[in-house]
Design a protein around this ligand. Structure first.
Ligand code: AMP
Ligand code: MN
Ligand code: MN
Ligand code: MN
Length: 289
């Protein structure tokens, strides 16, 4: 069994890349993808540990993208870092850093004395800072009762401290991934825009998927840590209907999302190894052989 969606301390996961791969080895997973938000910063450490422990590490990323008012998460696998995509990522990271400062300023203006220094300490020296880290700092201050409460009252989109960040358009993101020899997968399509929010209905989901197909998508997640039976059925039906790859993983974040277990999707079962074979075959297509 494998897991193609997980986070490390390079973004908002609580396990270091080494700890993540060690955990995968303990669970007897044959392969684990590292898919941090907007960064490949965890790849090298994970690849080294994977070689030591005999776990195949799949290089990946989870990009935040937005189309005409709609936000999505897009997974990219097997792309070359030394590419136009790599350059675009540096720009996205600068955007994210600017956005984080605006959120802290907003919080300070609202009377919450959180500092960027403390948020950086919580995130760790190498992490892409995200709202979950800011939420943790708020919780420490007693300003909110939980990370979820921080989102609900302050940090969610449209919330009083929220600030948006410039993102790639999905079509551009797919082209950049392909141009770098990678494979583009729509993450948790039934949980758009973020994994915390449910899709309104499957009909609008299919309309979005048609857009994605025009944008050049390779596949979608048909396995996911938190999918319910209707979501499993719908995503599989869509993959078949539009001839897309069906991939997936748990979206493991360690203690940041304690209910999600590494390697466990769709209510407890795992992702079979064949999914990785299909993903690799598609990557070979984009690499020109
Ligand atoms: P950021 O990358 O800073 O925009 O933060 C995005 C992350 O925050 C997502 O990956 C989720 O883990 C988390 N998140 C986003 N929206 C919510 C929400 N409404 N409630 C809880 N967590 C959320
Ligand atoms: Mn996350
Ligand atoms: Mn996501
Ligand atoms: Mn994720």
């Amino acid at each position: 069994m494998i897991d193609l969606h997980s986070h490390t301390t390079a973004s908002d996961g609580s396990f270091s890349p080494t700890e993540l791969v060690q955990h995968a080895a303990e669970l007897n997973l044959t392969a684990i993808a590292v898919t941090d938000h907007d960064t490949y910063g965890g790849w090298d450490e994970a690849l080294r540990t994977g070689e030591e422990l005999g776990v195949e590490v799949v290089p990946g990323i989870e990009l935040s993208v937005s189309g005409e008012g709609e936000k999505f998460h897009l997974l990219g696998y097997y792309f070359e870092r030394d590419s136009a995509l790599g350059a675009a990522l540096s720009e996205l990271q600068r955007e994210r850093a600017n956005r984080n400062h605006v959120i802290i300023e907003n919080l300070n203006r609202l009377g919450h004395a959180v500092t960027m220094e403390r948020v950086r300490e919580i995130a760790g020296p190498d992490a892409q800072i995200g709202r979950p880290h800011i939420a943790t700092a708020l919780m420490e201050k007693g300003a909110v009762s939980s990370v979820q409460n921080a989102f609900d009252t302050l940090l969610k989109e449209g919330g009083p401290a929220y600030a948006s960040k410039q993102t790639l358009h999905p079509a551009d993101a797919v082209d950049l991934i392909h141009g770098a020899g990678g494979v583009a997968i729509w993450a948790h399509p039934t949980r758009a825009p973020s994994e915390r929010s449910a899709l309104l209905d499957f009909e609008s989901g299919e309309a979005l998927l048609k857009q994605w197909v025009e944008w050049g998508l390779d596949g979608l997640e048909v396995h996911y840590g938190a999918y319910t039976v209707p979501e499993i059925e719908w995503t599989n039906a869509m993959a078949k209907k539009y001839n897309l790859l069906g991939t997936g993983g748990s979206d493991f974040h360690g203690t940041t999302k304690p209910t999600v277990k590494l390697g466990q999707v769709n209510g407890g079962v795992g992702v079979p190894d064949e999914v990785l074979d299909a993903l690799k075959a598609r990557a070979r297509v984009w690499r020109g052989g």
